[in-house]
Write a protein that binds this ligand. Structure first.
Ligand code: D41
Length: 693
């Protein structure tokens, strides 16, 4: 929320008592609106209204500085820098958490809890483990008075001024009868979205980016100048309690969090009360599935024996409670060293610097290579050979180098030098002005790497779909100079194939049969298979539909190409240039001569297309159809598949574990189909008879 101009409303004739009352009212109103906005995510007034009230309060405070209230939201913006952080001794130490990683660790935890309680069943509160910073908030008579970092658990640092800038943290608890003292414990973090925005700002300002949301949150909290913290959007979730005076301790952890919600404190909604190890694991797996869609980073989940008297019975060992366990996901970030920076040549000649790394176990796999994307990226992150770097592997995405660790840079760390010649074919590497990507100028004819890439692409499932012709076989075919172009695939015989490693007669015959079968294809697949830059699958489909036959496409001018739906100048030029090259035209002719064919001018088969003109979003796992199969089905029925839900979406087809897209569809009131309903949309004969295949 921002502040707007407003005419002063302080009236000189008011008594101090009146003014104080006015201020109290404004503070209370503003704090309630802030709670609705930042904690409940449900604004109660328009921003402009809020700003008006805010200005009124600011003006009153400026006129009567002695009356400024301790919970006024005007003080959130940060004040003069501190010389240093003061030390704070926690009233009750902040304990640490024991970690578990395997199902066995969880079973052992559950068993020890039951032994300790002499019970057959155990009830747990399960919640998220935020990857942020643990903090203690002290409220006295309902007013926020101090915030301290966890520090070593016994003593932390006073970060009150910084914490005050976090809009989600109430400056006064919502209670007519608040406790005399309440220590709220929880985690300060930065949402993924706010992290991305902050890094964008850092980039724009030519300043160092943060490696991850946790570092960004830590860096923001450790600012001596709270005005800087105020510009960084931080969030907070409460999960624990320290000193409590003047109120009764809730009987369970879940009741504590419910009470916090009533007091206006932010509590994460992703929590549950579950029974026994099975319940814990079910929670863990559910959250693990949804982790990528969560708006914040978590590094696991936390289990706590729910009843407080049971927690007390169990007690703690060496500063970690026996009643709690953090169940961690495999680490997504690890440190390792850069052994070498090499370049890889892609299908279109793109030169990608790749860091060769000392092997490191991250995100559940051993990583030895990580992409550095392009030369600018290497410079921006200043990654050098010999550096210690943070490597990240989230979900199934390819591992990447996030940042180097400056303190660990050796004296002899070497800067990366972009080669001027292709490491595969020695052709010149060219980086067109204004483009981020450098390319090998050899093309598929001269460059083995591009040749391999072109062949793999040609044979891939969505192109000519030659089963068995994968990366390894292509590698051997190219390395041994057996073939150089896709057209030569059709000249392969048994003899040429069986000389290769690991190629028995049976599998060689299978590959040959698949090559033969691939001759019968469709025009869109053929166009896509050529691997023209910028002409992906949907462009290939649009081109086939527009031109109807290959010769028309091959002879099209750039102006004609621009007539095709979704084809812009870059794509049109790329297609035009491709067919202007005689070598490419020759290869197309060779393919046709080899017998590759399709039905030209393919008309839609007779029948009703039930999804004609409809936009469909697929989400979650369908019971039998793969993502590709579902997409093909939609397209055959005349529909278009889109990746995101909007008002223009006609249907959302949802399977199990559907996440935010399903929610969005429900919000927007979009019809939701299951797989069976999707299957029923397959083309029906136009005879009037409902003949669903
Ligand atoms: O989300 C967290 N990082 C988290 C940390 C959590 N959800 N619960 C926690 N509970 C505790 C106890 C059980 C000791 C009150 C914690 C932490 N401790 C914790 N955070 C940092 C050190 C300990």
């Amino acid at each position: 929320m921002t502040t707007a101009n407003h005419t002063p409303s302080a009236q000189p004739q008011n008594t101090e008592q009146d003014i104080l009352q006015q201020m109290q009212q404004l503070v209370s109103q503003l704090n309630q609106h802030a709670h609705a906005y930042y904690v409940l995510d449900n604004p109660s007034i328009p921003d402009a209204e809020y700003d008006k009230l805010f200005r009124q309060l600011q003006e009153l405070e400026a006129a009567h500085p002695s009356l400024v209230l301790p919970d006024t939201p005007t003080q959130r913006v940060g004040g003069a820098p501190l010389p240093q952080f003061e030390q704070v001794t926690h009233g009750i130490p902040m304990l640490s958490l024991n970690n578990g990683f395997s199902e066995e660790d969880i079973a052992n935890f559950d068993r020890r809890v039951k032994e300790g309680l002499d019970a057959v069943n155990a009830s747990y509160a399960a919640e998220l483990k935020f990857d942020g910073l643990a903090i203690n908030l002290r409220y006295e008579n309902g007013i926020f008075v101090q915030a301290a970092t966890r520090g070593d658990g016994a003593t932390g640092e006073d970060v009150t001024a910084n914490i005050r800038t976090i809009n989600a943290i109430p400056l006064r608890l919502f209670s007519a009868n608040p406790p005399a003292v309440l220590d709220v414990r929880g985690e300060v973090l930065m949402l993924k979205e706010d992290f991305a925005k902050l890094n964008q700002r850092q980039r724009d300002a030519g300043q160092k980016e943060f490696a991850n949301p946790r570092n960004a949150a830590a860096g923001s909290l450790r600012q001596l100048d709270s005005r800087i913290t105020a510009q960084r959007t931080l969030s907070f979730f409460a999960y624990g309690i320290g000193v409590l005076e003047g109120a009764e301790m809730p009987a369970s952890h879940s009741a504590l969090l419910d009470w916090y919600v009533e007091l206006g404190l932010p509590v994460c909604k992703e929590r549950a009360v579950v029974q026994n190890a099975e319940g814990l694991l079910a929670f863990f797996h559910d959250i693990g599935q949804r982790r990528p869609q969560l708006p914040y980073e978590i590094d696991g989940v936390v289990y706590k024996v729910n009843k407080l008297d049971e927690q007390n019975t169990l007690g703690f060992v060496s500063r970690a409670p026996r009643y709690a366990l953090a169940h961690k996901f495999p680490a997504q970030e690890e440190l390792t060293t850069v052994l070498e920076i090499e370049v890889q040549v892609g299908r279109t000649g793109a030169i990608t610097p790749v860091a060769r790394l000392a092997p490191v176990f991250v995100g559940g796999v051993t990583v030895t290579n990580a992409t550095l994307h392009n030369e600018d990226e290497v410079r921006r992150k200043d990654i050098r050979i010999g550096d210690t770097v943070i490597v990240r592997r989230a979900g199934d995405v390819i591992p990447e180098v996030v940042a180097h660790v400056p303190e660990r840079r050796p004296q002899d760390a070497q800067e990366f030098v972009m080669p001027t010649a292709c490491p595969v074919c020695a052709s010149a590497i060219i980086k067109p002005e204004g483009e981020a990507i450098a390319r090998c100028s050899g093309g598929a004819i001269r460059c083995g790497a591009q040749r391999k890439g072109a062949l793999i692409h040609f044979a891939s499932r969505r192109a000519l779909d030659i089963e068995g012709l994968g990366e390894q076989l292509v590698e051997q075919l190219v390395e041994n100079n057996i073939i150089t172009t896709p057209a030569e695939l059709y000249t392969l015989g048994l003899v040429k194939l069986t000389v290769l490693d690991r190629m028995a007669e049976k599998s060689a015959n299978n590959v040959l049969a698949a090559i033969q079968a691939s001759k019968n294809t469709t025009l869109p697949r053929f166009i896509y298979a050529l691997g023209i830059r910028h002409a992906g699958e949907s462009t290939a489909k649009a081109l086939a539909k527009h031109f109807g036959n290959l010769d028309a496409l091959m002879n099209a001018t750039q102006e004609q190409l621009l007539q095709v739906a979704d084809v812009g100048p870059v794509v049109a030029k790329s297609i035009f240039d491709y067919f202007a090259d005689p070598l490419n035209r020759e290869m197309v002719e060779q393919l046709r001569a080899a017998g590759v064919h399709w039905v030209e001018g393919a008309q839609e088969e007779a029948g009703v297309q039930l999804l004609a003109g409809k936009t469909i979003v697929l989400t979650g796992t369908l019971p039998t159809l793969s993502r590709d199969a579902a997409r093909e089905l939609v397209e055959k029925a005349g529909g278009k598949v889109s990746g995101s839900v909007s008002k223009k979406t006609s249907y959302v087809v949802a399977g199990s574990d559907a996440g935010s897209k399903l929610e969005k569809a429900q919000e927007l009131g979009i019809a939701i189909l299951d797989e069976a309903q999707l299957l029923a949309m397959r083309r029906r004969r136009s005879t009037g008879r409902r003949n669903v295949k």
